[in-house]
Design a protein around this ligand. Structure first.
Ligand code: HEM
Length: 464
């Protein structure tokens, strides 16, 4: 028998309310520097705070494997600190546990199978093309410094709305996403401003109004689908209504959840990817273009076989999410006493597992802060497992991101298509600062220098 596990808390409570009272507040406002400080001072597993406010930060890749392979019943997502419920509703997957979570996840799973997602490849390329054409009309033939965040956001909105509702509501994607916008901004506001109140005034009331209107649209769609079952195989809501065993309220909560979880995460990642590619210099962009020209060669429709050949674009996505995961840490509450990475974590502790820390672990990644999509080529065998364990921007195990394949597909196809049609350069030589409490995004959005790619900026079919 090995030595007894070290108790993480309270014995290993190396930082707490005493010496650093502002630490928790800072962690909730600007988490990344605090996570880095904690790792530098105490290592990748740290206990924080006393009694009912106990936290454990876990960023060690091997400990994360342990955490992700534990039965989900050992954790709770519907805990009282989960502020998401106000936006996504009480039956949302994000705040569900036990048998309810299993049933709801099972109903959604069929919508996110690879086979089904593969049907979206061509639709995503087409949506990207249309938006790139509009962008280039607006920016004109000369090199221009522009923030591509609104472009990326509108495109991701269109794809998510299309994947949830089929083609029916594609034209209303900005209205639908707009109704969620205020709610997402609200979740980024300081925790104290988010205290529940029932009064019909203030930001919380405005968010409640927006969400009510959004749910009315979803309810209309559910009624419509009950009367006229969807014949669009890409329509997730149609599938939930026709096949699932979820009530209408449950369906509505899942739709708001998927939009909430799928929009800002993906568009912030796209912003990071464009900033990183621009800063990496023209060679990477040229290589992305050569690859995309070979694969998206004007002979569509495109499918999963094309997607699978966009290897460099896929690695650019992988590298972006390693360095800049949309969520720097993700909370779950321990329901029972447990041991993680040799540390004892008592029941009740909020476990904040951190993809930011794992993705920058200097024991795993050479020169961890360098953006290098080629680092995944020829990884030595003795490093392979560790790098796999340390790449967790979408989580792992049964509660991993259900939209992982969709996000990866969107980002890969968008960057490939952009590389074909647009020249990209950095607007400044400075690395952007990461901002955002819930969603990690670059300060200044996706501000880059662009111009139409010579000879084909406005004519996709000329590629290749
Ligand atoms: C770059 C984009 C994305 C990132 C980095 C990301 C990240 C994550 C992470 C880390 C989790 C795990 C949370 C945990 O362990 O508690 C998660 C869960 C989830 N994600 Fe994503 N996500 C992304 C895009 C999407 C998209 C496109 C959708 C859907 C359209 C989506 C829907 C969800 C849902 C519903 C869950 C909850 C799963 C459950 O609790 O069973 N995400 N995501």
């Amino acid at each position: 028998m090995g030595p007894p596990p070290a108790a993480l808390l309270p014995e290993r409570c190396t930082v707490g309310v005493g010496p650093q009272p502002g630490l928790l507040r800072r962690l909730l406002v600007d988490p990344r520097p605090v996570l880095d400080e904690l790792r530098d001072a105490h290592g990748p597993i740290v206990g924080l705070g006393p009694g009912p406010m106990r936290l454990a930060v876990v960023g060690d890749p091997v400990a994360l494997r342990e955490l992700f392979s534990m039965p989900v019943e050992r954790f709770r997502w519907g805990h009282r600190f989960n502020v998401l419920e106000f936006v996504v509703g009480p039956t949302s997957l994000l705040v569900s546990d036990g048998a309810d979570w299993e049933r709801r996840r099972g109903a959604l799973r069929s919508g996110f199978t690879r086979r089904r997602l593969n049907g979206w490849v061509d639709a995503i390329v087409q949506a990207a093309d249309a938006r790139i054409s509009t962008l280039l009309e607006e920016t004109g033939p000369e090199p221009t410094v522009v923030d591509l965040e609104p472009f990326g956001r509108a495109l991701v909105q269109e794809i998510v709305v299309r994947s949830l509702f089929g083609a029916r509501l594609a034209a209303r994607s900005s209205e639908i996403a707009g109704l969620l916008r205020r709610a997402q901004d609200y979740l980024e506001s300081p925790a104290l401003r988010q205290l529940p109140h029932p009064f019909p005034v203030g930001r919380r009331a405005a968010v409640r109004d927006d969400l009510r209107r959004l749910r009315e649209i979803v309810a209309e769609q559910i009624d419509h689908l009950r009367a006229h079952p969807a014949d669009d195989p890409l329509d997730l809501l149609g599938t939930l209504v026709a096949e699932g065993d979820l009530s209408d309220d449950e369906i509505s909560d899942q739709v708001v959840t998927l939009m909430g979880a799928g929009l800002d995460t993906t568009s912030a990642t796209l912003s990071w990817m464009l900033r990183c590619c621009a800063l990496a210099g023209p060679e990477l962009w040229t290589r992305l273009r050569v690859e995309a020209d070979e694969v998206l060669d004007g002979t569509g429709p495109y499918d999963a076989t094309h997607l699978a050949r966009l290897d460099l674009a896929d690695r650019a996505v992988r590298e972006t999410t390693r360095l800049h995961p949309a969520g720097s840490f993700t909370p779950r509450q321990a329901v029972v006493d447990m041991t993680v990475g040799g540390h004892r974590i008592p029941a009740g502790t909020m476990v904040l597992w951190s993809s930011h820390l794992a993705g920058r672990d200097p024991q795993v990644w050479d020169d961890p802060l360098r953006f290098d999509p080629d680092r995944y080529l020829d990884v030595p065998d003795d490093r392979r497992t560790l790098t796999e364990l340390a790449w967790v921007p979408f989580g792992r195990g049964p509660r991993n991101c259900i939209g992982f394949a969709l996000a990866q597909m969107e980002l890969t196809l968008i960057v490939a298509r952009l590389a074909q049609r647009v020249d990209l350069g950095a607007a400044t030589t400075e690395e952007p600062r990461a901002v955002g409490m819930v969603i990690n995004r670059p300060e200044g959005g996706a501000t880059v220098r662009i111009a139409p790619a010579p000879d084909r900026g406005s004519d996709v079919t000329a590629a290749g």
